[in-house]
Every structure is written in structure tokens, then in C-alpha cells.
Write a protein that binds this ligand. Structure first.
Ligand code: SAM
Length: 228
């Protein structure tokens, strides 16, 4: 059988057809049933094509509510986790959001769909390069950075919102410093296997901390994370 031209394969992969939209609507209902209420978060998840982050052989996994390997020992977060963190972040159109852990870029797309201006940083060179090349093809244009996000990106601070998508041993001071007044930081903190989701709000220099459910993230590496 003749081999399909790679260009045609890519177009097919990026295609968002009736079946995929249907599966996405089902995923949105699953997330609603699990307690996600923010209509804007649900609408964003309903819009971002998750299947394009998967190789053809794994397409049937794209709209299941589970994390999935993206190579380099990393994962695309479970949709429920993305929805939960995004809901806690209370994203408003025009918010300046820093995301630590670009990974596949899926979470950044959800934030962009909600009208945020997104700065995303990734520690793994290959994942950084892949996301930077791929997202604009989908029409998503965050500002990409390569480096240790446990230190934030001081040059672009302050941020209205900061989301950390890897498990941290402690809340990095740098991220608190880079949070603007009225800002919200959402970060999973704990040991290497299990972390509690924290929402930290900064108001007039005062910090308020709320604790939510337990999650299991890959470790936040770097200076203010688990190290190299
Ligand atoms: N947000 C991602 C998505 O939508 O696909 C999922 C992120 S994945 C669970 C965690 C990511 O954090 C990995 O890609 C990992 O390489 C990255 N990471 C770990 N430590 C980091 C650090 N210090 N700075 C930036 N990225 C880091």
C-alpha cells in the first residue's frame, strides 16, 4: 500500500471533526459531574482540541479523563486537573498568567481560550521546542520561555495569576514575589508522589492560603523545586 504523504497526515491530525467535537462535549460533561462549575473553564476545555497532542495510535485516549505520556518522562495533565487548577485561578480576559511547566502546551491553550496573556516556561529543551513549534500552528500564541520556572520569570513580573503544573516540595519564594497585588498562585505542594493543591492569594501584601484535594504530579525540578 502506498505511504501517505506526511503533510496530508499532519492535516488529518489537526482536523477537528464532528466525532472529536462530540467526544470533547462528553468530556466536558464528565468534568461537570466531577464538580467543575466555572462555565468559562468548561467552554475553553470544550474548544481546545486535545487529540492533536496525541500520536495517531493513541487518539482514543485523547478525550478520556486521564493524564498521558508526552515523552521525555513527562505527561499531559488529566483534563480534570487542568480544569480544577484553571477554575481556582479565576482567569479573567486580559489577565497576565505565568505557567510553570509548558509540557505539551495544552494547559496554555486553555488559558489562551479564556482570554489570558500567557507566559509559559519549560525546563525540558525538547518539550519547549516542540510546544513552541506546534502551538502557533493551532493558532495559540503564548510567550514561550526555556529554563527553570521554579524561579519564575522575574523580567516579566508581576503576574495576575501563576499556575504551577508540576509538584513542588515547597512554595517557591520567587513565585510569591512575582505575584502582583490581588494575584492568585495555584500550586501543588507535597512529596514526590502526592501533593495538596494550594491557592495562595496576595492582597495588600498579605497572603491567604487555601488547601484543596490531593493530586499526583511529576516533580517540579530546579533551584526552588526538587533540584536538577
Ligand atoms: N502543563 C502541561 C500540559 O498542559 O501538558 C503539563 C505539565 S507536566 C505535568 C509538568 C511539566 O513541568 C513537564 O513538562 C516538566 O518538564 C516541567 N517542569 C518540571 N520542572 C520544571 C521547572 N523547574 N521549570 C519549568 N518546567 C518544569
Amino acid at each position: 500500500m502506498a505511504k501517505k504523504c506526511p503533510f496530508l497526515r499532519q492535516i488529518e491530525m489537526l482536523e477537528d471533526n464532528y466525532r472529536q467535537r462530540g467526544l470533547r462535549n462528553k468530556l466536558v460533561k464528565v468534568l461537570q459531574n466531577k464538580g467543575i462549575k466555572d462555565e468559562r473553564v468548561l467552554a475553553a476545555i470544550g474548544k481546545v482540541p486535545r487529540h492533536v497532542f496525541f500520536e495517531n495510535a493513541f487518539l482514543e485516549h485523547a478525550y478520556q479523563d486521564k493524564a498521558f505520556p508526552i515523552g521525555e518522562g513527562q505527561t499531559i495533565s488529566q483534563p480534570y486537573t487542568v480544569a480544577f487548577q484553571t477554575e481556582k485561578l479565576e482567569v479573567k480576559p486580559g489577565d497576565k498568567v505565568l505557567e510553570i511547566g509548558t509540557g505539551s502546551g495544552y494547559q496554555a491553550c486553555v488559558l489562551l481560550e479564556m482570554g489570558a496573556k500567557v507566559f509559559t516556561i519549560e525546563y525540558n529543551k525538547k518539550l519547549y521546542e516542540t510546544a513552541k513549534a506546534f502551538l502557533p500552528k493551532l493558532g495559540y500564541k503564548p510567550f514561550f520561555f526555556f529554563g527553570d520556572g521554579s524561579k519564575g520569570i522575574p523580567a516579566k513580573a508581576p503576574y495576575d495569576k501563576i499556575i504551577v503544573t508540576a509538584g513542588a516540595p515547597v512554595v517557591p519564594d520567587a513565585l510569591i514575589d512575582q505575584l502582583g497585588d490581588g494575584g492568585i498562585l495555584v500550586i501543588p505542594v507535597g512529596d514526590r508522589n502526592k501533593q495538596v493543591m494550594l491557592k495562595i492569594t496576595k492582597k495588600n501584601g498579605k497572603l491567604t492560603k487555601e488547601e484543596f484535594d490531593y493530586f499526583s504530579f511529576v516533580p517540579l525540578l530546579g533551584e526552588q523545586g526538587w533540584g536538577k
